[in-house]
Design a protein around this ligand. Sequence first.
Ligand code: SF4
Length: 260
Amino acid sequence: MRQRGIPFGMGEMPLALALKSITEYKKTLKEVIPSTMGEPLLYSHFESLREFCFNQNIPLNLTTNGTFPNYLEFEKQKKLLQSCSDIKISLMGFSQEHFQNLMPGLTFENWKKNVSSYAQVRKELISNGESTATLSLQVTLNALNVYSIQDILEFASECQVSRIKWNLPVFLSLASDSYKVKYAISPDLYLELQEKIKTESERLSIQAKGSLFFEKETSLDCPFAKEVWIYPDGTKSHCPNPENRFGDSKQVSCKTCVMK
Ligand code: SF4
């Protein structure tokens, strides 16, 4: 919405459609990604969806903004950690100022408190053999947060976070030039960041992943060919390129795809 300058939404997927879709793919399904481009825990049928997947033995792969609406009590945290293969917590800045800028409405201190709390519960469940979920941070690198990389790594280490996905920012063709100037980081800096993050992650025993470490992919093959994205109205797509969904689909090309 911030890049488009106008809100975007397709409404909520009816629960019946979500369950029908999962059942349709059940034989080959490895996990369900309740997504996307919105806070999945605000889905009004989330608990029913979680329970259904848990009973079917299909793990959820969750990405949340760290507010954990309805899932901050211990019993709810436990249920979520037992239903997920991975919980990825998004991060765009590591200070209240950057939160206000890029994650408006969220409080940095609450975000940190929630991550620490989930990390603690996860540790207990893992030691009791009650969960195998990993906990990850998903950092969108941008010009404002590159100076906080060390702080992010130290915090992740304190919380015993399993891995950090360091993703490069993706700009829609509709985004204004001033937006790109404010948040983009130069390709020269990529190499510097790769090196620094790799070295520090090894020292702190945190896995470093994400598009910052992708090799340049030249083939036309889509790395997401085995995924299917189902929209709230039931339409399906194999292409998760945000330009296709939120920007100008005419600009999408597998040859120059930003997702690769
Ligand atoms: S545009 Fe990118 S994500 Fe979409 S189908 Fe092509 S390679 Fe895959």
